[in-house]
Write a new protein. Sequence first.
Length: 407
Amino acid sequence: MSKQWSVVVAALVLTATPHVLSATPKASAQKPAAKPSALDAEFQSQKAKLDELRKQAEDARDAAREAARQEKGVMERLSKADEALKATQEYLEKLKLGQNLVGEQIKKTTLELSWAEDELKSRREELVHRVRYAYMYDQTRSLEILFSAESLPTLLQRTAFLNRVLQQDRVLIEQVSARQADVKNTLARLEQQQEDMRNLLDEKQKEEIHYANLKEERGKDLEEVRDQKAANEAAAQELEQSAKALERVLADLDRRRKEALKQKNMSVEQLDLQNFGANRGRLPWPVQGNVLTGFGPHQHPKYKTVVISNGLDIAAAEGAEVRCVGSGIVDLVQWLPGYGETVIVNHGRSYYTIYGHLGSVNVRPDDRVDPGHLLGTVGDTGSLKGVCLHFEVRQGGEAQDPVLWLR
């Protein structure tokens, strides 16, 4: 090789050397952590709701305990117990939803971790192969390749080729490093999700115990009504007060109905045109079951206390579907003393149907409903008779015998 040619080669070697001789790649930017998945984001939003529901359940249970401590009337104690049961049940349902979400998170993250570990293994094997090759042939081999070039174009081609090879090695090392970080981050996320699951399971078990205790206390109050004359008489008086309170609610609803008519509310006007009163004796039953208590006054066989029933108490399986008996608009969805969770439907011309002691509700105020529309399910909220549906038909606030309306 001529002296002039050696100088050219040396100059190119010096240019390429930082790339060729460098076994360690430049520090690459840290790959950002994976963004939370939709499931992660949904669970985080649920956490705030869980905290709110837990507080509501605790407050409701405190109120129930306070009512018992102050020896309030049995209906008030039942009311507080029902509110606590409802709040606890809502919290339990949200905990179950959170549990399902975390379960889905864990499945997804476990799969991501498996993929990341498989890819990391593949990249590591590739990198080990490249390191072994570099060790065997060393950088002297690269210099030999350069110095053996017979012309400047060949030298330039070989230099560019070596640089590309080393750049690929650098990328490979960076990929291994990034994938290692991915595995580490994914593993940390999986551990956090598993901790969330453990916490949810612990909280769910505690709430189930609270719920069972509340049910037991409520049962004791019901036994007191059945077994003690004073409690039975007090309950009869409280039920009478509850009936009067319901009449006030109905009067307010009818007042609002009449105001809506004055304002030419089309939905309310259409209800009047349907003439609900023409359906007397032809309405479907709201639920299938046996009548526990009929319409009118009822005397306790042992204590002789008299309670007037403004409707029917229909025994049915807990959770049985309660359906609307006619076309109308839902005017009220509310917990009422003595009636528990209640739905009131406006059928026009001052006709209303009332559905009480519901275990759950499937409608909201202002919903338009038709015969057979699902309103909710049978429960025992506010009930002294256990699981049943309380059903009433009212016209202008006056209670009607539902038997005369049902087919």
